[in-house]
Design a protein around this ligand. Structure first.
Ligand code: THU
Length: 125
């Protein structure tokens, strides 16, 4: 799985986002250490706080299929604003290890980072 392919997957799934309230469509593609890809989009709700972000959709899909070892995530939004993950998603992503590489892409820029950079000292139990 090349980075280019992972970016294509994130773009593709962003088109499936259910975002009638914000109109901000996000897609995430999560590559596991075993080489599988799990995608996710944001799913909004008329009770706004129930919205699920693209990143968590992808993680929950992967974990529910038995995958917990992640290598890399690409997050994409067709917008000038970079879809930097919210605090809740950072905490969820950090649950599965500090090594996860993250690429964040808008239609203007691209940022290469990692979960340990995005969430230093995340909560661990
Ligand atoms: N959103 C994501 O899905 N991921 C991010 O990284 C940032 C925000 C969603 C939540 C909501 O549906 C919309 O973007 C606007 O906040």
């Amino acid at each position: 799985m090349t980075k280019k392919h992972l970016i294509e997957k994130a773009k593709e799934v962003s088109r499936k986002a259910y975002a009638p309230y914000s109109n901000y469509k996000v897609g995430a593609a999560l590559l596991t250490k075993s080489g599988k890809v799990y995608t996710g989009c944001n799913v909004e709700n008329s009770s706004y706080g129930l919205t699920n972000c693209a990143e968590r959709t992808a993680v929950f899909k992967a974990v529910s299929e038995g995958e917990m070892e992640f290598k890399e995530m690409v997050i994409y939004a067709e917008s000038p604003n970079l879809p930097t993950p919210c605090g809740a998603c950072r905490q969820v992503l950090s649950e599965f290890g500090p090594e996860l590489k993250i690429t964040i892409i808008s239609n203007k820029e691209q940022l290469e980072t990692s979960i340990s950079e995005l969430l230093p000292l995340g909560f661990r139990f």
